[in-house]
Design a protein around this ligand. Structure first.
Ligand SMILES: Nc1ncnc2c1ncn2[C@@H]1O[C@H](COP(=O)(O)OP(=O)(O)OP(=O)(O)O)[C@@H](O)[C@H]1O
Length: 253
């Protein structure tokens, strides 16, 4: 019984704020109706409910393939079947570069969409854009998003401490997000729903810096809160990463 309750809680948690949540609520009503029909021995009503349940399962699988994939991926990444790998890279200097880039772009109201790859491979998404394979740096990222340049439209994919590709096309979320947010934010939420990536967004319209993760968006970040979130991914600056940052800065001079 407890196991069933935990499973139901996990399913509701995973589907919260998605269109699947409404369907699950509908399913709950159908199951309740079927149970009541059994209790009150309403054979015909019970037969209708059972028919809906059996034929509905197939329809649900077809309708909710993306959600099911996301749920299975989530399960695969969870700690239930062993320790989840950490995505920390010990490359704290990357955090500084990303924060610097976001700050500059935000001040100048230049829109940006930066996707940080974690355990889910983004090879297919990277192929939709232009491959760069360049070391991450704030000036390079700022240059990519400079309006009216060939690569500014679309998303940048980061893999480890490298810029893998630019001008990439992401899937848009089909779930509801605030109307103030357009396709850049929808794309960030979309990729974070179907993978474990973290998406960094700078709004062209408002300069607001946001992070999308696990299908949810956190807005109005300042440098400190952005640094804190990014440090969870790249790790705090270690002695090694500080040295590498100094070397990196020297190379840029
Ligand atoms: N599917 C997508 N994949 C990657 N980038 C996208 C996608 N859709 C839109 N974009 C980017 O978002 C830009 C359009 O942003 P739009 O103004 O519609 O969204 P927004 O969320 O309101 O962002 P902003 O606040 O920056 O205006 C496009 O020029 C493109 O660079």
């Amino acid at each position: 019984m407890l196991l069933v309750a935990v499973m139901i809680y996990q399913i509701l948690n995973l589907t919260r704020k998605t269109r699947a949540f409404q369907v699950i609520k509908g399913l709950g009503i159908v199951f309740l109706g079927s149970a009541l029909a059994q209790v009150f021995e309403l054979t015909a009503v019970g037969w209708i409910f059972n028919y809906i349940i059996t034929s509905g399962a197939l329809v649900l699988v077809v309708l909710f393939t993306p959600e099911l994939r996301r749920a299975l991926e989530h399960l695969g990444r969870s700690k239930i079947f062993g320790k989840a790998e950490t995505a920390q890279l010990g490359a704290g200097w990357v955090v500084d570069e990303l924060v610097e880039c976001a700050e500059h772009l935000s001040k100048r109201r230049v829109g940006a969409l930066i996707i940080i790859e974690q355990k889910t491979g983004l090879g297919e998404i990277a192929e939709t854009g232009t491959r760069l394979d360049a070391k991450i740096s704030a000036p390079l990222l700022e240059n990519i998003f400079e309006p009216n340049t060939p690569l500014h439209d679309g998303a940048v994919i980061l893999r480890g401490d490298r810029i893998e590709a630019a001008a990439c096309l992401l899937p848009l979320t089909e779930n509801q997000i605030s109307k103030e947010m357009g396709t850049r934010h929808r794309a960030a939420v979309g990729i974070s729903e179907s993978s474990d990536t973290v998406a960094l967004i700078v709004s062209e319209e408002t300069g607001v810096i946001s992070i999308a993760r696990e299908g949810r968006i956190k807005r109005y970040l300042n440098s400190a809160s952005l640094k804190e979130i990014l440090s969870e991914i790249y790790g705090p600056p270690t002695e090694e990463s500080l040295i590498s940052k100094v070397i990196h800065r020297r190379r840029k001079l």
